[in-house]
Design a protein around this ligand. Structure first.
Ligand SMILES: CC(C)(COP(=O)(O)OP(=O)(O)OC[C@H]1O[C@@H](n2cnc3c(N)ncnc32)[C@H](O)[C@@H]1OP(=O)(O)O)[C@@H](O)C(=O)NCCC(=O)NCCS
Length: 139
């Protein structure tokens, strides 16, 4: 019905910093719009939150379905370009997006939002999460 993966880039490429990237979510056409990609994305994002404070994602700028899906998980645009890491985009423009791990539940319980498309988009807990501008390269 569908598949998806994550990829760990251990080096940066301009604004695309080292880290865990979502990749290649694909759902068979006859199974689309049933929430399968959302399930696959929720599970992968949760897996990343157990290992990192930031999740990354790149997609062709023309892929509105994927952009809408991922924005629903709090991914926000960081940069655009013809390629990030080894991914080059048909049509010439891709979008780099990132999401920050949701803040922990103050009562110490696992946050239900961690699995939810309604998870907070900011995710900055006491300033602990953010992009270090010194790691960005021009362009
Ligand atoms: C993008 C893709 C993975 C979505 O799979 P899916 O299982 O149909 O997605 P879901 O049913 O989980 O959709 C979750 C949400 O994503 C958004 N979404 C999904 N498909 C969409 C579309 N065609 N247009 C606009 N929004 C879309 C919607 O917000 C949707 O929520 P809703 O159905 O409540 O409106 C699927 O269309 C696909 O395999 N496309 C080809 C491969 C591809 O482009 N993959 C992404 C590469 S990064």
């Amino acid at each position: 019905m569908g598949w998806a993966k994550t990829h760990l880039w251990d080096y940066g490429d301009g604004p695309a910093l080292p880290g865990h990237y979502l990749g290649g979510v694909t759902v068979r056409p006859d199974f689309r719009r049933r929430g399968i990609a959302a399930e696959l994305t929720g599970a992968r994002v949760q897996w990343i939150w157990e290992r990192a404070e930031v999740a990354w994602f790149v997609v062709n700028a023309s892929n509105h379905a994927s952009l809408t899906l991922h924005r629903g998980f709090g991914f926000q645009e960081v940069a655009r370009g013809p390629a990030f890491h080894s991914v080059r985009f048909d049509g010439g423009e891709g979008v780099l997006l990132r999401a920050a791990r949701p803040c922990p539940d103050p009562r110490g319980r696992p946050s239900a939002l961690a699995w939810s498309r309604e998870a907070p988009t900011g995710g900055v807990c006491d300033g602990a999460v953010g992009i270090d501008p010194s790691q960005h390269e021009a362009g």
